[in-house]
Write a protein that binds this ligand. Structure first.
Ligand code: PD2
Ligand code: ZN
Length: 285
């Protein structure tokens, strides 16, 4: 039995259970208890374990991102949360989610970051240095994977939502834009032809997708803009924008050019999770 042939809910459950450290026997028992036929349950668990072994031996680009949203559903249940699907674009794959975080979680994330903010930088593609740049005038901080219970919970939720193991994620960044601050149009992926990008690409390969979580409502401005697509996403507390830009064969999609437009009034807080082809931190070329 191929893992990909299982239905999306079952795949998601198997994957998140294995990610959470449950072994094959525990999965088998849970499936039996849920009424699955014993033979089917065994094959499904074996398929999930085989996939896990393959990815541990030779970490590959994750497949089937957002496959669950191929079926029509306006809400996805992640644990005890009902995450709304507010807008989707097929290609490039872009999904706007509502209610990914609660208002309280957003507030906690902001408060945990407020005292640690530093001016944001960009990777200099020629030298590999992290430079302060006029195109990016936010300040920010990052949290190591699982650094706090809240960070771990958010990472787990993102992973379950889009079907990508948390290990593929870079540290969660929290960014703050006061009035006037912006991030001019850019790509989130790295150009492999540029020598300065060798180092960032070595730690997990190319970026494949971004999740931007809006932590507050902004009075005016501060949208996420995709100039080539004519798309402008306005921040709403707890909502999250997912966009993917690297195919399984590693081709990147220039239509995902995007930026954070200048905040006109109020302030803007976001949390950003960038996802890699392979486990982030693993130095595989
Ligand atoms: O500020 C934003 O809305 C935004 C959107 C997409 C920021 C980034 N990407 C980024 O920091 O890369
Ligand atoms: Zn970006």
């Amino acid at each position: 039995m191929r893992f990909d042939s299982l239905n999306a809910d079952l795949r998601r459950w198997l994957q998140s259970s294995l990610d959470a450290g449950h072994d094959g026997e525990a999965l088998l028992q849970a499936l039996r208890a849920a009424g699955y036929d014993d033979g089917f349950a065994r094959q499904a668990v074996e398929a999930a374990l085989a996939r896990l072994r393959r990815s541990a031996a030779a970490p590959e680009p994750s497949r089937g991102f957002l496959a669950p949203f191929a079926v029509p559903a306006n809400t996805v249940r992640i644990g005890d949360r009902a995450v709304e699907i507010l807008m989707t674009i097929g290609s490039p794959r872009i999904v706007l989610f509502g209610n990914l975080l609660s208002g309280e979680e957003c507030e906690q994330m902001i408060e945990a970051s407020r005292q640690r903010l530093q001016r944001s930088t960009v990777v200099n593609a020629a030298t590999g240095a992290y430079d302060v740049h006029a195109d990016r005038t936010s300040s920010g901080t990052h949290f190591e994977r699982g650094e706090t219970p809240l960070v771990a919970r958010v990472e787990q939720r993102i992973g379950e939502l889009i079907g990508c193991p948390a290990e593929h994620g870079e540290p969660l960044q929290v960014l703050h834009y006061p009035p006037g601050a912006e991030y001019k149009a850019h790509y989130d992926y790295f150009d492999p032809a540029q020598p300065g990008n060798d180092r960032v690409l070595a730690a997990g390969g190319q970026r494949i997708a971004t999740v931007v979580i809006y932590l507050n409502d902004v009075e005016a401005g501060g949208s996420t803009v995709f100039p080539t697509l004519g798309l402008d996403v306005l921040p709403r507390r707890g909502a999250a924008l997912y966009f993917a830009y690297t195919s399984e064969s590693g081709e990147t999609d220039p239509r995902t050019l995007h930026g954070g437009s200048a905040v006109v009034a109020g302030e803007k807080w976001i949390a950003t999770k960038w996802l890699r082809q392979r486990r982030y931190g693993a130095l595989v070329s």
